[in-house]
Design a protein around this ligand. Sequence first.
Ligand code: CIR
Length: 255
Amino acid sequence: MRHALVRRVPDSMARGITRQRLGPPDLALARRQHEAYARALGSLGIEVTVLDALEEFPDSAFIEDVAVIHGGVAILTRPAAPERRGEVEAARPALRSRMPVRDLGRSGPGFLEGGDVLFAGRELFVGIGERTDPAGAGRLRQRLLSGDPTLTVRYVPFRGRLHLKTGLTALGPELFVGDPGLTLEGPWEFGTVRWLPAEEGHAANVLVVNGAGLFDGSSRSARTFVTDAGLRPIPLDLSEFRKMDGGLTCLSLLW
Ligand code: CIR
């Protein structure tokens, strides 16, 4: 990956959606953590563009949810959370000035958020849960396959976590790291899942980029799994984003 878009943390962050009961985020600390995240991406040779904060959208730092980038094209999503829909249009100009942009569809059925979209080699797993439904996944599949017919798209019903990638990410084409708090509703036949201890489950949201694996917290198991996968482990502290049900991958769009 060579480029990243991140969006500054708004003062309104604490008014965002969360099911966690970890207390309100410390805004100053969240901003320091966000800056450390952007610096970590920069240290991996990525040119990071920091977009202005959007005060009217408390969850807008979780920019991953508003677009899916593949093959040099951005597909703008349709968040299930109504209060997040405006973030999509807000991201359009920044994306359009960098690449072709398509819409998942502005009307009709279906919703999808980027946190449910997991690429692993030539496979694409789309989580079907609270924030992405089969109609939204179907629209994404159709748009992606028209640009890249070699992709295999699989739907993965799950429960227990907000997005699929909150609790399952790929360390390689057939190697995954999982949070036992995520329950897959069907058999998993697509490779090995290395499950973290429950208390370190938040570290399953690994951002694999340019030979490194960035994860949240000090999980020893995550460090081991990332290292075993041949990646350089980069632990970061994103405690304040965890309070808002977000993680590492949510904070950037990469291409
Ligand atoms: C939300 O509930 O929508 C935000 N508070 C958190 C979104 C996290 N995004 C992600 O996991 N991709």
